[in-house]
Design a protein around this ligand. Structure first.
Ligand SMILES: NC(=O)C1=CN([C@@H]2O[C@H](COP(=O)(O)OP(=O)(O)OC[C@H]3O[C@@H](n4cnc5c(N)ncnc54)[C@H](OP(=O)(O)O)[C@@H]3O)[C@@H](O)[C@H]2O)C=CC1
Ligand SMILES: N[C@@H](CCC(=O)OP(=O)(O)O)C(=O)O
Length: 429
């Protein structure tokens, strides 16, 4: 007797195999139908989100996490616009990457194709479900979603609307599914027969837990312990504005900074100004001993602070004596997500961007740019923090694979071996 999750995964697999061979036009019509269905269900979705927000408030959710959970009319409108943006992107499926004559009449092609079925577990951020589904459909994949428990009603209303939209298209609504409990996730992890990729968006511990408990390939989207290093050659005005944006523009996002590293030769001038700007936005500051000598009214940062992703209006500050010291701090405590340097010294910027090992290494701009929409990918499934590709914001390209197609006319390998071996032509067509 299959478990509920197994039955769901089986249905998703069947629906996905049909979706995989749909034309670009049919997929784009489907994406438009999803956008329209979400618009039609707008009131239900916003109502469901209100219920989630009330429950989360009663449970004492932290303010930045509340903002992440909240789906107002503007956020929903932007998410629906994002669906249509994905529709406008080039179809990533069926692209011929290699077209080669191996010998006369023997032709090799490498062609992009969908992965199959994706299992995506994400935090309590309802619009993520919308972004993920649009990318999954455009890349020809079925998708099984599981959102954070605080977003249960919102995700249920969103997926209901999406399925409603799909019911008028060439795509079977079974291609998109929602799981709602942790127990179902544990079952999902065992379903390597039906699921081709698991993407866990969550803490390092959760991503590791998933990796340790499944044979399905895992694309980890883990912690963002992001740093901003203000170099001795920084432009102070730029440094202040970028620090404030990187911290407060969306503090619960994984690409917000948690630690500010400041070169000692600029610290006395920079720190009081940046502290005023950050404190005006209610950011709580913590500093190492040298920082506290300049900013006497802030708390002391300890070893734990360098390891912490606050996801909140809190920032740890450390003074360093060199670019190398900043790089080595990031090497020790960074999570390979997004790291930035503020400097007018091009050599320092190049050294930082060359040596820091992270998915994003930025110069003179905010870490908050780490985002699929801002990179021009239309949307993102999340931000991969693993070393192997896909790395950073994952868009359509991260959801496809390829296959080799070969066509001959009775060709056999024996012809190309032994004393009278024929040579391959290996001619790109
Ligand atoms: N790189 C990226 O793209 C992203 C990274 N993150 C990172 O995730 C971290 C925490 O985010 P947060 O919102 O608290 O997310 P959590 O790690 O608490 O939860 C994320 C999802 O994982 C599920 N989950 C967590 N633990 C388990 C478990 N043991 N078994 C089954 N399911 C589980 C949750 O389910 P349930 O809610 O039901 O418990 C939820 O659906 C932060 O470090 C953040 O930076 C977050 C989003 C994107
Ligand atoms: N790319 C997103 C942040 C990535 C993300 O999903 O973060 P999170 O808020 O932890 O869910 C953004 O810039 O808003």
């Amino acid at each position: 007797m299959p478990t509920t999750s197994e039955a769901i995964a089986q249905q998703t697999r069947q629906a996905a195999s049909k979706l995989a061979v749909l034309s670009s036009e049919a997929k784009n019509q489907t994406i438009e139908a999803i956008a329209q269905a979400l618009e039609l269900a707008k009131d239900d979705i916003l109502q469901a989100n209100l219920a989630d927000c009330h429950a989360a408030t009663a449970a004492g959710i932290a303010k930045p996490l509340y903002k992440r959970l909240q789906l107002d009319e503007h956020k929903l409108r932007d998410a629906i616009a994002g669906v249509r943006d994905v529709g406008k992107l080039e179809d990533p499926i069926g692209k011929v990457q290699i077209h080669r004559e191996i010998d006369t009449g023997l032709i090799l092609k490498r062609i992009t194709c969908p992965l199959g079925v994706l299992g995506i577990i994400f935090e309590a951020r309802p619009e993520a479900a919308i972004q993920i589904v649009s990318l999954a459909i455009k890349s020809g994949n079925g998708v099984i979603l599981k959102g954070g428990k605080e977003a249960l009603h919102s995700c249920t209303a969103i997926v209901k609307a999406i399925k409603q939209g799909l019911s008028h298209t060439a795509v079977n609504p079974d291609a998109v599914q929602l799981l709602t409990t942790r127990e179902e996730i544990l079952e999902l992890l065992q379903l390597d027969k039906y699921v081709d990729l698991i993407i866990p968006r969550g803490s390092n511990a959760f991503v590791k837990f998933v990796q340790d408990n499944t044979r399905i390939p895992v694309l980890g989207h883990a912690d963002g312990i992001c740093h901003l290093y203000v170099d001795q050659a920084a432009d102070i005005a730029k440094a202040i504005s970028i620090t404030v944006d990187s911290k407060i523009q969306y503090p619960a996002a994984c690409n917000a900074i948690e630690t500010l590293l400041v070169h000692s030769s600029i610290a006395a001038e920079f720190l009081p100004q940046v502290a005023t700007a950050l404190q005006a936005q209610n950011v709580e500051l913590k500093g190492d001993e040298r920082t506290i000598q300049i900013l006497s009214d802030i708390a002391t940062a300890t070893e734990i602070d360098w390891q912490t992703e606050y996801s909140d209006l809190i920032l740890a500050i450390k003074i360093v004596d060199s670019l190398n010291e900043a790089i080595s701090h990031i090497e020790n405590y960074g999570s390979r997500h997004t790291e930035a340097i503020i400097t007018e010294d091009i050599t320092a910027a190049e050294t930082f961007q060359g040596l820091v090992n992270a998915a994003g290494v930025y110069h003179n701009c905010s870490t908050r740019f780490a985002d699929g929409f801002r990179y021009g990918f239309g949307a993102e499934v999340g931000i991969s923090t693993q070393q192997m590709p896909p790395r950073g914001p994952v868009g359509l390209e991260g959801l496809i694979t390829y296959k080799y197609q070969m066509s001959g006319n009775g060709h056999i390998v024996k012809t190309y071996t032994g004393a009278n071996a024929k040579s391959f032509s290996h001619r790109d067509l």
